[in-house]
Design a protein around this ligand. Structure first.
Ligand code: GLV
Ligand code: GLV
Length: 333
């Protein structure tokens, strides 16, 4: 990549300026500057002939996208740790590098999960709504009682980086930590976090808090369904900062409405940006608009990592967060 050959790249939403400046220094950038997700037709049209793209979880990178982009496409740098919006196999077949932004958002997303646990257990959002409603009130022994977080048992489903970061926070609250995952971490990790493995059903029966940290796949779609909700304690709080479709929202809305579980804290939804009306109707659901990684610091770190990935791919170096080294490894080991 030289000054004379500025590769054309597409960026599908405005990112922190510092990251955009790094792109425009060496690339010809097309930026979609709308407030919405880039409309599909426009995404496909603007992808044509690009060498690289920075995409979001609201952009589907599939065969149709790759066809529209054409053979010059070298790299797709997703601005997210999750990449269920990307058909990585299709990228690999065409020799397109696919990248994500792991690690830089781990602690921030764990903070979000903890914030939702606390808010749902202690009825923080409900209390805020109540005060703003102007309803008369006086301190009362039985007013808006929640559930203790400290010394409770938290069940972490998906024990990767983010799940483990939640476990570290839980230790600070003297919580007992159990986890479920398809792969067991090294024994040292279990020991350091004092985390005990459970099969999923046992975890759901035993936990006061259940926090979801899996990726979205055919195996995890509706992992939390009516049957599994029925295993949870009536005092249980379910938190989801992973992907919406991991939970059957219809079943969750029913369980919340019937007080079959105590509360839920949700950052992600099955049909984003739509939120199930049954959830909106539940006072015991804390609902936030996919803010898991949404801090000034972390969104800048994600943008810089996405740009590191993009520029490495365009310059024939190995991107730092490459998902498919088999696609066209620029630096074979
Ligand atoms: C956001 O949801 C992400 O995957 O980074
Ligand atoms: C995501 O980065 C995870 O592994 O939890």
């Amino acid at each position: 990549m030289t000054a004379e050959t500025r590769p054309p790249v597409l960026v599908t939403r405005r990112l922190p300026q510092q990251a955009l400046d790094r792109i425009t220094a060496v690339c010809d950038m097309t930026l979609y500057d709308g407030e919405d997700a880039m409309p599909r037709g426009r995404l496909l049209a603007e992808a044509a002939g690009k060498a690289g793209a920075v995409t979001l979880l609201t952009d589907r990178v599939d065969e149709e996208f790759l066809d529209a982009a054409g053979p010059q496409l070298t790299i797709v740098a997703n601005y997210a740790v999750g990449f269920d919006n990307i058909d990585v196999d299709a990228c690999t077949r065409r020799g397109v590098l696919a990248c994500n932004t792991p690690e830089v958002l781990t602690e921030t997303t764990a903070d979000t999960a903890f914030a939702l646990m606390m808010a749902a257990a202690r009825r923080i959002a409900e209390g805020d709504r109540f005060l703003r409603s102007g309803t008369a009130w006086i301190w009362g022994p039985l007013m808006m009682l929640g559930q203790d977080v400290h010394h409770a048992t938290v069940g972490i489903v998906g024990f990767g980086r983010i799940g483990q970061a939640v476990a570290r926070r839980a230790r600070g609250f003297s919580m007992r930590v159990v986890y479920h995952d398809t792969a067991r971490p090294p024994a040292e990790v279990e020991q350091e976090l004092a985390a005990e493995y459970r099969d999923l059903e046992d975890l759901l029966r035993e936990s006061d808090f259940i926090s979801l940290h899996t990726s979205l796949s055919t195996q995890t779609r509706h992992l939390i369904n009516a049957e599994r909700l029925a295993l949870m304690k009536p005092t249980a709080v379910l938190v989801n900062t992973s992907r919406g479709p991991v939970v059957d929202e219809q079943a969750l809305a029913r369980a919340l409405a019937r007080r079959q579980i105590f509360a839920a804290g949700l950052d992600v939804f099955e049909r984003e940006p739509e939120v199930h009306p049954g959830l909106l109707a539940c006072d015991n659901a804390v609902l936030i608009p996919h803010l898991g990684s949404a801090t000034v610091q972390t969104r800048l770190a994600m943008a810089n990592l996405a740009v590191d990935n993009l520029l490495a791919g365009l310059q024939g170096r190995r991107p730092p967060a490459l998902l498919n080294p088999q696609a066209r490894d620029p630096e074979p080991r």
